[in-house]
Design a protein around this ligand. Structure first.
Ligand code: MG
Length: 298
């Protein structure tokens, strides 16, 4: 069997014929938020319903990084390499300092509680961009059921003051997000309210000093939806889908798929040259080595 499905000859040069899509660990309930720590040779990821952040390394396998994670979902690292986390349960975005203490970056907008921060990226100027849909407060499965107090938008947080600016406010429900390599574009997934006919697409925005402008359709994911994605150094978008990971060219064309036997939620690049793609998919995490290199801090 092949681990890949090519839709364009360019994709054949992105993958290796002899590199497997390897399941690294399984037995979780719903995993998301992979983030690579090259300086520690490990991956962190969330098992949201079980309220835990796990650590995986080639040497040690799986261990618990943080029990009682406030139902953490997405993670990234800031310019200093510190872990930045979205917490459904506490409805906030936090930073883990080198001594292990936790700093709250943002937990409200205009005095009203955030919904349930979902996914997060850091721009090269240090600002923290995150989506705030309602998925973590819809039920008690991935957090605590509650009534939404604020619109479902994408925020930019000042890492020093925590001041929030709304950057994207025309979505049904924003989810995954990532910048293009030169940060002139912001990609944001809209995964809607999980009703029939809701969006399953990625939109793209021009990033200007004043904010995000000219929002337009980038790519509609079929089958499934674009929960999370990351961008390689040539600007290709590697997005979650129901049948694996889809590779989408900067012009929006589907180039090919990495076939994964479970519904994929998020991905991140890792490894010594960021040439490995780590995939969180329902109950398992997977890894595949590519002939691509990710754009990702640090
Ligand atoms: Mg997500």
């Amino acid at each position: 069997m092949s681990f890949f499905e090519s839709h364009d000859s360019a994709f054949d040069r992105f993958v290796l014929g002899n590199a497997p899509v390897k399941r690294l660990a399984t037995g979780f309930d719903w995993v998301e938020g992979p983030v690579w720590f090259g300086d520690h040779g490990c991956l962190l990821f969330s098992d949201i319903p079980n309220n835990v952040i796990h650590r995986w390394s080639q040497q040690d396998g799986i261990s618990t990084f943080r029990a009682d994670s406030n139902f953490s979902n997405g993670h990234t690292r800031d310019l200093q390499g510190r872990l930045v986390s979205c917490e459904h349960g506490a409805r906030r975005v936090t930073r883990t300092e080198p001594d292990g203490s936790i700093t709250v970056i943002a937990d409200n907008y205009g005095g009203k509680r955030l919904n349930s921060p979902n996914d997060v990226v850091v721009k090269s100027d240090g600002t923290i961009w995150f989506s705030d849909p309602h998925y973590g407060i819809m039920t008690d499965y991935e957090g605590f059921r509650a009534v939404s107090e604020t619109p479902l938008v994408v925020y930019r947080a000042d890492p020093g003051t925590g001041a929030l600016d709304v950057m994207v406010d025309d979505m049904n429900a924003p989810n995954g997000l990532a910048f293009s390599p030169d940060e002139s574009l912001l990609y944001v997934a809209d995964t809607g309210r999980m009703f029939e006919g809701d969006p399953t697409h990625i939109r793209v925005y021009d990033v200007t000093p004043e904010g995000c402008a000219n929002g337009r359709l980038f790519h509609d994911i079929v089958p499934g939806m674009a929960d999370g994605f990351r961008v390689d150094s040539d600007g290709n978008v590697w997005s979650s889908a129901a049948d694996g990971v889809h590779c989408i060219a900067p012009d929006g064309r589907l180039l090919g798929k990495i076939l994964v036997p479970e519904l994929v939620s998020n991905v991140c690049f890792g490894g010594r040259s960021k040439q490995e793609l780590y995939i969180t998919a329902t109950t398992s995490i997977y890894k595949v080595t590519l002939v691509r290199n990710g754009v990702q801090w640090p």
